[in-house]
Design a protein around this ligand. Structure first.
Ligand code: DGL
Length: 270
């Protein structure tokens, strides 16, 4: 048994990389739904159905705990999954809350009432489905007051990254940052609310300017999983067997994954 890590495609590897560094003795089974990426332009029902199917596949691998290393699934499907679908002996966790806790200077799991925090102007970059869900603003409102969030749907970026077209991804990111800056000229912080975006973090930082603190999720999610497993060790089995599954073309996905992780990984057909 191991912990399951799910994403619509390659982006969740940014989270997996941080997880394996933070928890080197744990096994992780990665599931990339590359055949159906990008999720960010799909309906909420579609994202729910695809995410449930992938999660069931990870349960079949013995992963009682599955991390949705995908903001789109975390935003559009997780609440419904937890409320209507996940059985009591399993857990499915998202990637939003650790990030929002960091942004609002909270300890993990601190559920005290919302309060004023240092950061006042936040730029959120995410997929169209994540932005449309307003899940980020909802989770933020539970923890902080007086924070102005300007969200930019970054159409096309995930597709370009999945295709390996970094030139297109960079051009799109620069135009999305410009569009956001027209509405919020001086953000204090920027949230990369899609696990694909850390692969282009330098471009975001460059377009935003050095004065903007850029938050990305991988290390925050890794810290919060380490904390979770200390409190709930029953959700981790004894095994350490790691594997990589994809609904896409295993050879093509493995090649792209090697570039991201800078180590050999072999994807199998899911
Ligand atoms: N990595 C996913 C996320 O964090 C990408 C979603 C997509 O496939 O559009 O949102």
């Amino acid at each position: 048994m191991a912990v399951g890590v799910f994403d619509s495609g390659l982006g969740g590897l940014t989270v997996l990389d941080a997880l394996t560094k933070r928890l080197p003795d744990k096994g992780f089974v990665y599931f990339g739904d590359n055949a159906h990426a990008p999720y960010g332009v799909r309906t909420a029902d579609d994202i729910f159905n695809l995410t449930c199917a992938a999660t069931e596949r990870l349960w079949d691998e013995g992963c009682d705990l599955v991390i949705l290393a995908c903001n789109t699934a975390s935003a559009a499907a997780l609440k419904r999954m937890q409320e209507t679908w996940v059985p009591p002996e399993k857990r499915v966790l998202g990637v939003f809350v650790p990030l929002i806790e960091a942004l609002t200077e909270r300890q993990w799991g601190d559920n005290s009432p919302p309060r004023e925090v240092a950061v006042k102007h936040v730029a959120l970059f995410a997929t169209p489905a994540t932005v449309a869900s307003r899940a980020f603003q909802r989770e933020l409102a539970f923890r902080a007051i007086g924070v102005d969030v300007e969200a930019q749907p970054c159409g096309g970026v995930v597709d370009a990254i999945e295709q390996g077209d970094d030139i297109l991804a960079e051009a799109l990111i620069r135009s999305h940052v410009e569009a956001l800056k027209r509405r919020m000229p001086h953000p204090q912080a920027a949230v990369l609310g899609c696990t694909h975006y850390p692969l282009m973090e330098k471009v975001f930082q460059d377009a935003l300017g050095a004065g903007v603190k850029v938050y990305s999720q991988a290390d925050l999610v890794a810290e919060s999983l380490a904390d979770y497993l200390t409190r709930r060790p029953q959700f981790l089995g004894a095994g350490t067997q790691s594997k990589f599954l994809t609904t896409g073309d295993p050879a093509g996905v493995s090649n792209k994954a090697i570039q991201i992780l800078r180590r050999k990984v072999v994807f199998e057909a899911a």
